[in-house]
Design a protein around this ligand. Structure first.
Ligand SMILES: [Zn+2]
Length: 127
């Protein structure tokens, strides 16, 4: 199973098209699902790559896997924090928290540890 297959397998896809895909893994007190990414293959202890925080919110990861970019914010249209249905999610940045930034936000550099980790995604995405 690929990393992506494992991830989507943790989403409860009752209605693939319209329904919410509720995260079945760990959920925080606000209702957001969390997923821990595999460590970057070959990274050595003590390096920045090795020590990156690998915990990411599940809906942010869902957005990334589906759309291929990682915005500063990933918002829910359905107001269900644990939902990982990419069609219920839209990307934005903190200065424009609305859909207008969906297209403009492409290729944007993402700050924060989880955003940096996503730079490595192609490395672990293939196995
Ligand atoms: Zn939803």
């Amino acid at each position: 199973m690929t990393f992506e297959e494992k991830f989507w397998g943790k989403c409860e896809q009752e209605d693939v098209y319209d329904g919410c895909w509720n995260w079945t893994g760990a959920v925080d007190s606000e209702g957001y699902g969390w997923h821990t990414l595999p460590r970057i293959p070959g990274s050595k202890p003590g390096t920045e790559e090795h020590s990156l925080n690998r915990a990411v919110k599940a809906h942010r990861l869902a957005f990334f896997l589906h759309y291929g970019w990682y915005p500063e914010l990933v918002c829910h249209e359905c107001d269900n924090p644990s939902c990982c249905n990419p069609y219920h999610l839209f990307g934005a940045d903190s200065s424009h928290n609305n859909k207008d930034t969906f297209i403009k936000g492409r290729n944007k550099t993402v700050r924060g540890s989880d955003g940096r980790f996503m730079n490595y995604y192609p490395v672990f995405g293939e196995n």
